[in-house]
Design a protein around this ligand. Structure first.
Ligand SMILES: [Zn+2]
Length: 369
């Protein structure tokens, strides 16, 4: 005979913690806590009402190889709140999402993460990933097809690679409040991976004056379809290059003149300066957000920054550069000498391009009012 057992009362750890906390703090502290909570909630509402939007940009995210073994949201360290705190968070996905393990072509490194990696993206609130780069096809067209499928399933926007040329060139569409954003993703790496009329691949575009008209046409089309802010995400240039060449700077200026509002640059593993051209930001190279790479002690590819961009309507009014450091398969806010290293080199290289940068504590600020 089966006895009827009384239903157990389940009190979770967090509930117990909350109860203990409520009992332990006095009334006055509690009132302050709830007041602060109400004010911070109102703050979000006031920001939205004022038409203010925040976008966070990061460079390369490589969650394959040893990072794939970690499979933990802990990889984001204490930056999880920064990444999650923006209206939209955008990075470059430097790997394929697939269980298919057959490497494609002849390369030095192949980067692949299991499909569950999308939950690691989600844990950081990542809304968009660039796919036009030199690793999305490390596992061939199958790896690309799987990446597209798993990103779609996780509702993560992407651009820069697809089943054919039209799909690879198609910008991602994102909204933040009343702001309609289009993100075009290009790379000047891996010309052999270029998508064809009927074959899958990446949006390959060389950095040269004749490429500007392509960006102009895509940008104009995106605006016709309702975009009010156009981002060009570019996986460009050689590795370990500290300063953008005149060709890159001319290209950046020309695409802004052709309708782009912000350039999100990445690829070379190290940080380059920030330029403001006609009120529009150019992040030439943001470095690497997270990876398992060996660190060059002189070039410091473990140090980079996240850019928090504040807009009022379609106008960028402020940029904050938050220094980051990768250590033991985790990224955290850089402090002490590491922060000085990133912020000083970023300040200096940006100033060389005429950008007025102010250091405020552990970050840099650029005001565009
Ligand atoms: Zn790359």
């Amino acid at each position: 005979m089966i006895k009827n057992f009384a239903k157990p009362i389940i009190i979770t750890q967090s509930r117990i913690t909350t109860r203990l906390w409520l009992l332990s703090v006095n009334k006055l502290t509690r009132s302050w806590f709830f007041l602060i909570l109400i004010f911070s909630l109102c703050g979000t509402g006031i920001r939205a009402f004022a038409g203010e939007t925040t976008l966070v940009f990061g460079g390369d995210v490589m969650l394959g190889r040893l990072m794939n073994r970690a499979k933990s949201p802990l990889v984001w360290g204490n930056l999880r709140s920064v990444l999650n705190g923006a209206d939209l968070t955008l990075v470059n996905q430097e790997f394929a999402i697939t269980s298919f393990k057959k490497e494609w072509g002849k390369k030095a490194f192949y980067f692949r993460a299991d499909p569950g990696v999308t939950s690691i993206f989600k844990s950081a609130g990542i809304d968009y990933v660039s796919l036009a780069n030199n690793h999305i096809l490390d596992y061939g067209p199958v790896g690309l097809e799987n990446s597209l499928k798993f990103l779609k399933r996780a509702d993560i926007a992407h651009a820069g690679a697809g089943e054919n040329e039209t799909a690879a060139r198609e910008p991602a569409r994102l909204t933040a409040g009343s702001l309609n954003i289009a993100v075009i993703s290009i790379t000047d790496n891996e010309p052999g991976w270029r998508a064809g009329e009927k074959s899958p691949g990446i949006f390959y575009l060389p950095i040269q004056p004749s490429s500007v008209s392509t960006i102009r046409a895509i940008s104009a089309d995106a605006r016709k379809k309702g975009a009010s802010f156009v981002i060009l995400s570019a996986h460009w240039g050689g590795n370990w290059v500290t300063h953008p060449s005149p060709t890159f700077r001319q290209f950046a200026h020309a695409v802004i003149d052709a309708g782009v509002d912000l350039i999100h640059g990445h690829s070379g593993h190290i940080v380059q300066g920030i330029e403001i051209y006609k009120g529009k930001p150019i992040f030439y190279n943001m470095g690497d957000v997270i990876d398992d790479y060996a660190v060059d002690p002189a070039k410091r590819n473990d140090l980079a920054y996240l850019a928090r961009v504040t807009l009022v309507g379609e106008k960028v009014v402020q940029i904050e550069a938050i220094p980051t450091v990768i250590e033991k398969f985790q990224v955290n806010r850089a402090t002490g000498e590491n922060a000085d290293w990133v912020l000083e080199s970023l300040r200096k290289m940006s100033a060389e391009m005429g950008t007025q940068v102010k250091r405020e504590g552990n970050q840099l600020k650029i005001s565009l009012h």
